[in-house]
Design a protein around this ligand. Structure first.
Ligand code: SUG
Length: 453
């Protein structure tokens, strides 16, 4: 089969992370203002999971291809054992709670819900071997998130299992020089999903170079990590642009590029403070893109960095419609901020860009940990043949939605306070939930350990 014949009917599938049963507010995330602000609050895991599912369902009903990725097993008993705790699950939780509450909080995080950080993905249209390439992010910048990549790799390999279509790479070495947070710092710009694209990799610091780094917060993505991923995926200089994030934006709480910019097709919606060298970045994109770039710049005078971070206006999903228009899916917080809401209305009314519709989604439980609509999804552009090759039952349908909401309602708590993290019943409940979920999603053994009896 020729390459052209293979790549028919390409569309973007958004794989959202299903929120896990231990969703809680532990203030774990460096440089993430919302996570720090809501530390210690009582969470509602059931509401969090239902909000995520409602977003997935609404978008699939509106005609957008939608997938789902399962949560990881938490509390992470394997890590507790590795860190020297011993005995039963209950013993280890009790030891961790008394000896190191910070470890307990980390092993209980449901952070795998933010699948924009799960991996970087290169579609088959851009890879030299025509396959879709995946690299799980090492997420080495925080203890709670560096526990994710091994299971993420297993989940991605279970779903994208057919080696004729999919290629999987190892996460980069988990060390500060190769700090990688996945697709949250990667945007593919193209004319259409089947057309060749240009990959915009945004980094916050250089490990081996001298670019000015932010002062208040540590940048989570290095240039060296982005370059290594481009090499793994076989991307050439002509296909890549490496742009430095503005250090002042990182210091204002923009810990990933997807908190300050979003791209889709030829459109790049970005804040004036997104890039250290705005004009240079746009010029390089224009030079390398076969299609004219459609930049949409939001100036500082329209939206302050503080408002951008508080509302996650840029952490929106920009989705393509069959008529060529685009729909922007924004978090509910945008509606309640006057300058942001006005900016969004102006975007739609402007008429000189493809954005024709704004959809508002309530993902407040996730937002309070710094994760908006775009954080919750991993974009994978797939041809018809690649979609047909997916394993498991991971594409959203009405039936799957109803099964998953029923599953959440059976297994999830409505209230999780910081002290509940040491409750051994939470381990049992989470394991029982995930046991059943692997059956629903038909993914096989993706989790590292079994249920204790
Ligand atoms: O890594 N929050 C996540 C949010 C990730 C958002 N993702 C994107 N922007 N793509 C993070 O900062 C908070 C967990 C806690 O505090 O309990 C957390 O990990």
């Amino acid at each position: 089969m020729t390459r052209q014949a293979q790549k028919t009917n390409v569309c973007e599938v958004n794989f959202d992370g299903l929120v896990g049963p231990t969703h809680n507010y532990s203030g774990l995330a460096a440089g993430n203002v919302a996570s720090k602000r809501h530390a210690g609050l009582v969470s509602n895991p059931r509401e969090a999971a239902l909000q995520g599912l409602e977003k997935m369902h609404a978008l699939s009903r509106a005609g957008y291809a939608q997938g789902v990725l399962p949560p990881q097993q938490r509390p992470d008993l394997e890590t507790l054992r590795t860190l020297g705790f011993s005995g039963s699950a209950g013993d280890m939780l009790a030891q961790a709670a008394s000896q190191s509450p910070a470890i307990l909080r980390a092993v209980c995080s449901a952070s795998s819900m933010w699948t924009a950080n799960a991996a970087t993905v290169t579609p088959g249209a851009d890879a030299p071997d025509d396959r879709v390439h995946f690299t799980p992010a090492n997420l080495q910048s925080g203890l709670h998130r560096c526990l994710e990549p091994a299971t993420t790799g297993r989940i991605l390999q279970a779903i994208f299992s057919d080696p004729r279509y999919f290629a999987h790479h190892a996460p980069l070495p988990a060390t500060p020089a190769f700090s990688d947070e996945g697709a949250a710092n990667h945007t593919r710009l193209c004319a259409g999903y089947a057309e060749p694209g240009v990959h915009l990799f945004v980094y916050g610091r250089e490990a081996f170079g001298n670019a000015p780094a932010p002062r208040r917060f540590t940048a989570r993505q290095t240039r060296e990590a982005s370059e290594a991923i481009a090499r793994q995926h076989g991307l050439t200089d002509a296909q890549t642009v490496f742009a430095r994030q503005h250090p002042d934006a990182i210091d204002a709480g923009v810990f990933h590029n997807d908190v300050i910019a979003v791209g889709n097709g030829p459109v790049l919606l970005y804040h004036e403070m997104a890039f250290a060298d705005e004009q240079g970045t746009l010029a390089e994109l224009r030079e390398k893109m076969p299609e004219p770039l459609i930049p949409i710049r939001v100036p500082l005078e329209a939206v302050s960095l503080e408002d951008a971070v508080a509302t996650y206006l840029f952490n929106s999903q920009l989705l393509s419609n069959p008529d060529g228009s685009m729909t922007l899916v924004v978090p509910g917080e945008c509606e309640h901020n006057e300058p942001v809401w006005r900016t969004l209305q102006d975007l739609v009314l402007a008429g000189h860009n493809p954005i024709g519709e704004i959809i508002v989604k309530d993902v407040k439980q996730s937002m309070q940990n710094g994760g908006g609509p775009a954080c919750l999804r991993l974009r994978v552009a797939l041809s018809e043949a690649e979609r047909a090759a997916l394993a498991g039952r991971v594409l959203m349908t009405d039936t799957l939605y109803h099964e998953l909401t029923g599953w959440v309602k059976r297994h999830y708590r409505e209230r999780l306070a910081p002290e509940d993290l040491a409750d051994p019943l939470l381990v049992e409940e989470s394991l029982a939930a995930l046991d059943e979920l692997t059956g629903i999603l038909q993914l096989g053994a993706v989790y590292p350990f079994q249920r204790e009896t």
